[in-house]
Design a binder for this molecule. Structure first.
Ligand SMILES: Cc1cc2nc3c(=O)[nH]c(=O)nc-3n(C[C@H](O)[C@H](O)[C@H](O)COP(=O)(O)OP(=O)(O)OC[C@H]3O[C@@H](n4cnc5c(N)ncnc54)[C@H](O)[C@@H]3O)c2cc1C
Length: 468
């Protein structure tokens, strides 16, 4: 134990000394950067050994699959790590203004959305590698790789977490050491052990809210002509109420395109090349299959299973030890088809930085209350959209049913209404709250679109769909 760590063992909050972050993925790295403005030392621990360079790693198996960085996430990351965006672009990432994102939802191609904001299109390993490099530039932040956190150390009364029990990967499996700290932030992902650790310490575990979606991904990389989508750089084909399948195509670094096909409930995109392309051909619209016809595959499809949206309701606990916070997927993980996880992690870190600068280290009640609005928005968007699919089993309140009926009309109206499309994309990009979609101006536009569609249908029995 270093002298400094021992000195801060009985931490008083006016002098935060050493923070330990569990997990060096997106949430852990972002949290570490926020903590470094306040703490003398920040140690980030990961049982994995992050590779040199932008390649997938074992601790983040989802990293092989498409990872969209939503506009709000890109802005939050840039505010935490100034210069990151320029650095990503220099490494080959693309800035994709939202009018260059082609969204086909419920069978309708939405009008280009001029939000004034952009996504960042890059592989997940590149984003994480550049974020890691920027975070580790800070002199107070140290990354210790190959270190597994196995438990929490508390004071005798079990009221305060004073460190973590760790095992170095190279050590004897039975050998554990203690790393003392003034604050532990658990960012160990959706299999976070904190609920179990709390119970071992005599606390209640947080209530768990879960929606089974059983999402299966299949991902492949392609070389495609640069004008394959007519200048669009990101195509999203969403599921329809009775067809829980979709796909995403996005330009990334290395002059490559990443293609992820997904199915929900019992539907699995095949992992053999022929089956993969046949699945793409049966999506609700033909844009993605048409694009693949023009391309050359660069690898074999790889799969991933995501069983459920999962939210640990830490904000509902009456008792929680001091000296411990939880962030990122460890609190809430969302159906990945909405591309929210990295952005939510970055937004949480921005909140942490603000809280630290306003009033010092937040207690758990304040922390979980402060991140709740961000989580509520993302959770509500994801689970409501999931419940629009007939095959997803879960409680459908009147509100959920009304919202999903409204969303279907909104998608249809947004096909012809750039203003409505822009409002919608700002909400899905986490830039604006979902209430924007039900303001009088939006309601009138949806109604007008519905009436126009009915009139058009009566006149010509035609519909507007992607690819047309
Ligand atoms: C298939 C898929 C696709 C996705 N697509 C998108 C997308 O398009 N856009 C988006 O924004 N998000 C996406 N996400 C979500 C995104 O991957 C996560 O939200 C994001 O990585 C933040 O997660 P995290 O840092 O909380 O946890 P993770 O990324 O899961 O990282 C946890 C880290 O903790 C380490 N760790 C775990 N336990 C221990 C321990 N005991 N001791 C030490 N270290 C430990 C692990 O090695 C790992 O490095 C997707 C997720 C999946 C599954």
């Amino acid at each position: 134990m270093s002298e400094r760590h021992a000195r801060h063992r009985d931490n008083d909050r006016s002098d935060p000394g050493h923070a330990v972050v569990v997990g060096a993925s997106m949430a852990g790295l972002c949290a570490a950067r926020a903590l470094a403005d306040t703490f003398d030392e920040v140690t980030v621990l990961d049982r994995d050994r992050p590779p040199d360079g932008p390649v997938p790693r074992g601790g983040v198996p989802q990293g092989r699959h498409i990872h969209v960085l939503l506009p709000a996430g890109a802005l939050a990351l840039e505010s935490l790590l100034p210069g990151l965006h320029e650095d990503l672009v220099a490494a080959g990432a693309r800035t994709v203004p939202t009018e260059r994102v082609r969204a086909c939802l419920n069978g309708h191609r939405l009008a280009p959305a001029h939000t004034g904001a952009s996504e960042v299109a890059a592989s997940r390993p590149l984003v994480e590698e550049r974020v890691r490099a920027h975070v580790l530039d800070h002199p107070s932040i140290e990354l210790r790789e190959g270190v597994e956190v196995r438990g929490l150390e508390t004071d005798d009364a079990r009221r305060r977490v004073v460190g973590v029990r760790i095992r170095e990967r190279a050590d004897d499996p039975a050998h554990e050491a203690t790393l003392t700290s003034d604050l532990v932030v658990d960012c160990s992902g959706r299999r976070s052990p904190t609920p179990g650790w709390l119970e071992e310490l005599g606390y209640a575990a947080p209530p768990l809210e879960q929606l089974d979606v059983d999402v299966r991904y299949a991902t492949r990389h392609y070389r495609l002509p640069s004008d394959v989508l007519g200048g669009d750089r990101h195509l999203l084909v969403g599921p329809t109420a009775d067809g829980a399948v979709g796909g995403v195509l996005m330009a990334i670094e290395g002059d490559r395109w990443v293609v992820t096909l997904f199915g929900m409930c019992d539907t699995r995109p095949p992992l053999d090349p022929e089956g993969f392309e046949a699945f793409a051909a049966h999506l609700p619209v033909g844009d993605l299959a048409d694009a693949l016809h023009a391309g050359e595959p660069l690898d074999e499809p790889t799969g991933f299973r995501f069983p459920a949206d999962r939210r640990h309701r830490y904000e509902r606990l009456d008792a929680f030890p001091a000296g411990l916070l939880v962030a990122g997927d460890a609190v809430c993980s969302f159906n990945p088809i909405y591309g929210q996880g990295m952005s939510v992690a970055a937004l949480e870190a921005v909140t942490l930085r603000r809280l630290l600068s306003e009033r010092g280290v937040p207690d758990a009640a304040r922390w979980f209350a402060e991140i709740s609005p961000t989580l509520d928005t993302a959770w509500d968007l994801a689970t409501t959209a999931d419940l629009a699919l007939d095959c997803v089993e879960g409680p459908r309140s009147l509100r959920t049913r009304v919202l999903n009926a409204y969303a279907a009309r909104l998608h249809a109206a947004a096909a012809h209404d750039p203003h409505l499309s822009t409002t919608f994309q700002r909400v899905m990009g986490l830039l604006d709250p979902p209430t924007q979609l039900v303001r009088p101006g939006s309601l009138v536009r949806v109604l007008r679109g519905t009436l126009r569609r009915q009139a058009t249908r009566r006149a010509a029995h035609t519909d507007s769909a992607c690819g047309t």
